[in-house]
Design a protein around this ligand. Structure first.
Ligand code: ADP
Ligand code: ADP
Length: 235
């Protein structure tokens, strides 16, 4: 089924001749288990698209639906609840808690939800820590980590709770080739094997080649909607 839908969704900043149309009449459906890459030049509306899909920002007109529920008519409490239950974020501002260790940051979503970590979940968390190269850093605080390590902690935290929907904004932006490959393989298998729905903004053709679908934005519109492409077709 469809997990995220945009229906004639527009988002403008300002009014009159000086208005910026960050999203201009977007119609798109993102299906369950689909890994979508969102590409396009700077200023084309990629971040706005993600923020609106995640209910972090409102559309100016039209509608956005998650699980068939209209985000545009929900109040903040309902939206926050939907986000907590269904959505994981990998954003560029890592939002790691500075006073907590790597392990504590990764498991924070469980503690916030008052949830015990099952054996299976612990196995999965250990696996994430290992493949993301964080084994030697589990007791460190964010300030003691490199930018790439912080990014990997944020990725582990987002994947640990196995959210149904993952929004990732340039998840591999700070990473070396090897870590970047690990992250993309994790996202690929999250979609294929676990049916998680992933929307990822990326400028990197190699990253986008892992996706099932490539949406290209320009001036707030979807100007191309491709199936799977290889890196050469994208660049
Ligand atoms: P991208 O992520 O592709 O770089 P954005 O979604 O950030 O694009 O921005 C789309 C357009 O909306 C740009 O022209 C940007 O300047 C404008 N924009 C984004 N956020 C704001 C804001 N808070 N106020 C005014 N204009 C904004
Ligand atoms: P290892 O045993 O070396 O950690 P495995 O790949 O066998 O490596 O185990 C990884 C664990 O992570 C398994 O329990 C698997 O079910 C789980 N796993 C892998 N991908 C996901 C995912 N996207 N969501 C939830 N669990 C996952």
């Amino acid at each position: 089924g469809t997990v995220v839908s945009f229906r004639q969704a527009s988002k403008s900043y300002g009014t009159g001749p000086g208005a910026v149309h960050a999203l201009d009449n977007i119609d798109v459906d993102i299906r369950q288990g689909e890994f979508t890459a969102i590409m396009g030049p700077s200023g084309s509306g990629k971040s706005t698209f993600m923020n609106v899909a995640a209910g972090l920002d409102d559309v100016s007109s039209g509608g956005v639906f998650v699980d068939g529920q209209p985000l545009h008519t929900m109040d903040d409490t309902a939206r926050t609840l939907l986000r907590r239950r269904r959505i994981g974020f990998i954003f560029q501002s890592f939002n790691l808690v500075p006073t907590l260790t790597v392990t504590e940051n990764i498991t924070l979503p469980f503690r916030l939800a008052g949830q015990q970590i099952t054996q299976d979940e612990q196995h999965w968390i250990d696996h994430l820590v290992r493949v993301l190269g964080l084994t030697e850093r589990t007791g460190h605080k964010p300030a003691e980590l490199s930018g790439g390590q912080q990014q990997r902690v944020a990725i582990a935290r987002a994947l640990a709770a196995r959210p149904a929907i993952i929004f990732a904004d340039e998840p591999t932006g700070n990473l070396d080739t090897r870590s970047s490959g690990e992250v993309l393989r994790l996202m690929r298998s999250a979609a294929t094997e676990y049916g998680q729905t992933i929307a990822m903004v990326s400028h990197d053709p190699i990253a986008a080649s892992y996706a099932d679908r490539v949406l290209v934005l320009a001036d707030g519109r979807i100007v191309a909607d491709h199936g799977r492409l290889d890196a050469q077709q994208i660049s």
